[in-house]
Ligand binder design. Sequence first.
Ligand SMILES: NC(=O)c1ccc[n+]([C@@H]2O[C@H](COP(=O)([O-])OP(=O)(O)OC[C@H]3O[C@@H](n4cnc5c(N)ncnc54)[C@H](OP(=O)(O)O)[C@@H]3O)[C@@H](O)[C@H]2O)c1
Length: 260
Amino acid sequence: MEDDRYLPTMLSPKSVLITGSNRGIGLEFVRQFLKFADPPKYIFASCRLPEKASELTEIAKTSPCVHVIKLDVADHSSIKNAKAVVASVVEDNGINLLINNAGTYRADADIYNVSWEEMRRNFDVNAIGPLMISQTFLPLLKQAAGRKKDEVMSCNKAAIINISSDFGSITENFGRLYPYRASKAAQNMITSCLSIDLKADGILCTAVHPGWVKTDMGGPNAKISTEESVSGVFAILRKLQGEEESGKYYDSTSGKVFGW
Ligand SMILES: NC(=O)c1ccc[n+]([C@@H]2O[C@H](COP(=O)([O-])OP(=O)(O)OC[C@H]3O[C@@H](n4cnc5c(N)ncnc54)[C@H](OP(=O)(O)O)[C@@H]3O)[C@@H](O)[C@H]2O)c1
């Protein structure tokens, strides 16, 4: 019976993998995980060019739980190499939380200038990458879920969180931005499919919009800082408990669920 099971009240995954963690929201995820009273034992902070990720490598120097790993989300062999590195560290404990955060965006893509190349690039990074990462890391997520068989679904047990965008919502659409909108809408469908297909394995899959955030992507006029954004995302992640929370599309700024 679901009611009799242990319900975690805190966000305290033992291991987490974040993509695109060299800057922006991804870097802030790393910073805020480190501030937890009970921080993860392993934070796999991935990025495509660790040798250029100066802020992240500085953090890792003083935080032994931070493992900076190379991962280009649009390159399958890079994903497989990263999985091998993570697996060698966590051994048979698996990983509890995968945050597919890396993303790409071009503000001026309209019907007149949208190109095949830009569409393909956005689909690779924003939609296909998160899917192939989820597929590749699935054995590790299953291992983690298997170790907490008696717990309800949560980010402490085993979860895939896809950082989506309000621009991926067909319900909220106001046109333009074809590569970004279409690839995030595809990512949303992938999140929904994963939530159905991985339910039996006890793996939660949900999409979260992080707000309009002051990063290279969001620009200086955005509404919130990375600190506010990640605090908001964490507030959502804490609430994701039980299988009814899988397959959702949350707006972390309001706590409400978007129409797909
Ligand atoms: N900022 C906003 O207002 C906003 C709003 C809604 C949703 N989001 C979503 O939030 C997430 C983070 O956005 P952000 O604002 O932090 O963006 P950002 O500052 O532009 O950072 C994007 C991150 O994605 C990484 N990335 C891009 N292509 C990659 C690839 N092929 N492999 C690995 N990493 C790659 C970048 O790495 P490099 O440094 O190597 O390029 C960088 O770490 C994205 O999914 C975005 O769509 C952001």
